[in-house]
Design a protein around this ligand. Structure first.
Ligand SMILES: [Fe+2]
Ligand SMILES: [Fe+2]
Length: 184
């Protein structure tokens, strides 16, 4: 299994969360307040795992492949720059959700805009990596590259979807499964 397969697994999990989140945003737009605790936990997880681990790991992978072709370099630079925008968006959204959970007055329109922007940025980024960048990296890489990268970029257990869940995410995982099953 190459690092691309591990990163792809993260993308599949992230996509599941974004689907749940989008449903909650639609609910909010329809005037029906969603479960803000679940929403906050999903965003907290994305901020923790994606911004704190998945994207930094990708950044190192992208640095490794720089200089092989100008087309690849352009996409590496674009995706690395998107990581910065995603982090800013998740920080702004986390602060807004924390505000809602602590009874601060946040205009709902403002919250909906932040959520819409967050989900759109995340999904567009997944599409760019899965649809364009990862296939380019796969074409450029040799067996030797993957052996080197395996030693360089060690996998970390996913605290939500991994076999050994972090205590703080056990409730979120249970609620997510219930939420996904309830709407199927
Ligand atoms: Fe990324
Ligand atoms: Fe990614």
């Amino acid at each position: 299994m190459t690092i691309l397969t591990e990163l792809h697994k993260d993308h599949v999990n992230l996509n599941k969360l974004l689907v749940v989140l989008r449903r909650k945003v639609d609910k909010l737009k329809a005037g029906d307040p969603p479960n803000f605790n679940l929403m906050g936990a999903v965003i907290h997880y994305i901020a923790h795992y994606a911004d704190g681990y998945h994207h930094p790991r990708e950044d190192k992978l992208y640095d490794y492949f720089r200089g092989r072709s100008s087309v690849l370099d352009t996409h590496l630079t674009d995706c690395a720059a998107e990581h910065g925008k995603l982090k800013l968006s998740s920080t702004q959204l986390s602060e807004a959700i924390d505000g809602v959970l602590h009874d601060a007055v946040i205009p709902m329109g403002e919250l909906v805009d932040l959520l819409d922007q967050f989900v759109r940025l995340q999904l567009d980024h997944l599409d760019s990596e899965e649809g364009v960048l990862f296939p380019l990296i796969d074409d450029a890489a040799s067996e030797e590259d993957w052996v080197k990268l395996d030693a360089l970029l060690v996998e970390q257990t996913d605290p939500l979807f991994g076999e050994h869940k972090a205590a703080e995410y056990i409730d979120l995982y249970r609620d997510l499964i219930a939420d996904i099953n309830a709407t199927q």
